[in-house]
Write a protein that binds this ligand. Structure first.
Ligand SMILES: [Cu+2]
Length: 192
């Protein structure tokens, strides 16, 4: 599981990268990516539940490098009960990823509702969960738990607002931005 500090460092550097150059962004996001079969999942993240709520929204970029369409048909974890996939952001149903295409689940577009959350999801940490694809099969990922109002993965500003509102101490040494990213070396970042 990725630890809080890695995500914070990623977020801070992402913000820095965005204001200086996309090159920096590429360095930072060197890793947050998972592969199964022809499917590649990049920057999985979720909006943590609002205080007192028990549902969260899951987002990611999903790329299909195969010659046939695949579908995201489910997601599971011991920390939530069930999921609802809203491919177009409105109606329920599996999410199709056409061959040789990359789709983006994002606020305002498609997402996966994680319902009946059983344990507290701490903003700034990661949630280990399994995505189920019809053809490619299952892949376990570590989704970044971003603030409930985060606009994109590793939204440092939203996280800072959340921390202030919840009296979290964000001081102390920052680790190497790549800590916790071992083992995920291939990454191509096309912006978020
Ligand atoms: Cu990421």
């Amino acid at each position: 599981m990725m630890k809080r500090r890695s995500f914070l460092a990623s977020g801070a550097l992402l913000a820095f990268g965005a204001s200086i150059a996309f090159f920096s962004m590429d360095l930072v996001s060197l890793a947050h990516e998972y592969e199964v079969g022809k499917i590649k999942v990049q920057h999985p993240w979720l909006r943590a539940p609002q205080d007192g709520d028990n549902k969260a929204q899951f987002y990611a970029m999903i790329e299909n490098n195969g010659d046939a369409p695949d579908r995201l048909i489910g997601a599971k974890s011991e920390k939530f009960g069930k999921t609802t996939i809203l491919a177009d952001g409105k109606s329920e149903g599996p999410l199709t990823i056409p061959p040789k295409q990359k789709i983006t689940l994002a606020p305002g577009a498609g997402y996966v509702d994680l319902l009946d959350i059983k344990k507290h999801l701490e903003v700034g940490w990661g949630l280990e969960m399994t995505l189920v694809f019809e053809k490619a099969g299952e892949v376990t990922i570590d989704a970044a738990i971003d603030a409930p109002d985060a606009k994109h993965a590793h939204d440092a500003e939203a996280m800072e607002r959340w921390e202030k509102a919840h009296g979290k101490d964000n001081s102390g040494p920052k680790p190497d931005a790549h800590q916790g990213h071992e083992g995920h070396m291939m990454h191509h970042h096309d912006g978020m």
